[in-house]
Structures are given as C-alpha cells and as structure tokens.
Design a protein around this ligand. Structure first.
Ligand code: GRF
Length: 206
C-alpha cells in the first residue's frame, strides 16, 4: 500500500503554472498581451473563438492551439454553449478568460467552469454593461470611465468585480480614441490579475 504524507500534501504550495483558455472574437490585442505575460504563473493552453478573426489568425500563427466554434444564425444556442464547453474542457484549464469575446455565455458553459471564468470589460461596471460600453459612456458624458475584470455569471457583465482601473475621458474623444486609451489599461490589468497568486481574488495595489 502507498504511504501518503498528508502533512506535506497540505502544506506544499502549488507552484505549477495555471493553464488558461482565452476566448476572443476580434483584433486580439488583449490576447497578445495575455500571451506575452505568460510564464511562471500561467500558460495559454488554447485560444477559442466564435468566428474567424484576427485573434484566431494570430494564435494559429504563434502555434497556439486555436479552435473556432461558430454559431450559425438561428442555431440552437444551448447546443453551441455545450460545444464551446466541450472544446474548452478538453484543454483542462484552471481558468477561462473572456478577452474581447463578443458572445454572451449561457448556463451550459458557465455551470461547467463555475467560479473560474473571468471577463474584461471596457467600462467601470456596474456602469455601462453590454456590447457598447465605450459609446454609452461617451454618450452619457462621463469624465471618467475605465475597465473592469469581473467574474462571469449568468447576467450581462453583472458578475463579482475582481479589479478595476479608471481612465479619463478627454475633451474631443472619439469612441475609437477613448477605447484605445481604455485598452492600454485593460491589457495591463488582465495580465496583472492573471499573474496574481489567486487571480479570482487578486490583491492589486498601486
Ligand atoms: C476590449 O475592449 C474588450 O473589453 C471588448 O473588446 C475589446 C477587445 O479588444 N469587449 P481586442 O480584440 O482584444 O483588441
């Protein structure tokens, strides 16, 4: 019979790099920053996209495992969520990061990875949830907006807030200019969170 030293098991810290799966739909600048920040704390196990996009092309060009799980117009969304979950689960990730993924994840996906899915959003939640956060913030006339990393739950950008950074709105800002200023902070913030000892509950200072 094997003898197991339970004291050692209980006290030895887990120093293994976490495996993360990145979900993306667009240009992939967040994905690139996440990949550049990989190292001792995490590795990118795969990139999963809902469409052919620059993020998918870049991942494939880097030799990262990349899967496109498309949702045809009118197709069964629950079935798509299950296919997406199967694809992600095959990588056995410790963490799933939605980084510019432009589809809402359903319960068939969320239940599978409950408590280990993060999203990055280009506004200071709970203000301006949804797909038009930057335009909505500009239209409202706020002078400060920002970005939020939050846990994904079944609402639209309603999950527990994990980390935030404020970004000024400057006179004359267009949506594009403001979004790019936010994305500079978004890229840094998601990497900081992922490199934390406990990315779901990071201690971020400064
Ligand atoms: C980010 O601002 C993200 O929060 C939003 O879309 C943008 C993605 O940018 N949902 P990119 O494709 O990673 O460059």
């Amino acid at each position: 019979m094997w003898a197991v030293n339970t004291t050692e098991l209980a006290t030895t810290p887990d120093t293994r790099a976490r495996t993360i799966v990145v979900l993306a739909s667009g240009q992939g600048s967040l994905l690139k920053a996440i990949a550049a920040g990989a190292g001792d704390s995490y590795t990118v196990g795969a990139v999963v996209c809902d469409r052919h996009c620059p993020a998918a092309d870049w991942a494939a060009g880097q030799g990262l495992p990349c899967f496109v799980v498309g949702l045809a117009p009118g197709a069964d969304r629950a079935e798509w969520n299950r296919r997406l979950a199967e694809t992600v689960a095959a990588v056995e990730p410790d963490l799933v990061v939605s980084a510019g993924f432009m589809k809402i994840l359903g319960p068939e996906f969320i239940d599978r990875f409950h408590g280990s899915i993060l999203n990055t959003h280009p506004a200071l939640l709970p203000s301006f949830p949804g797909a038009h956060a930057v335009a909505d913030a500009l239209a409202y006339g706020v002078t400060v907006t920002g970005c939020t990393v939050h846990e994904i739950d079944e609402g639209v950008d309603t999950g527990r807030i994990v980390a935030q950074v404020a970004v000024p709105v400057l006179p004359g800002d267009s949506q594009e200019v403001l979004h790019e200023r936010i994305k500079v902070e978004e890229r840094a913030l998601i990497v900081t969170v992922l490199q934390a000892a406990d990315p779901m509950h990071p201690t971020i200072t400064g």
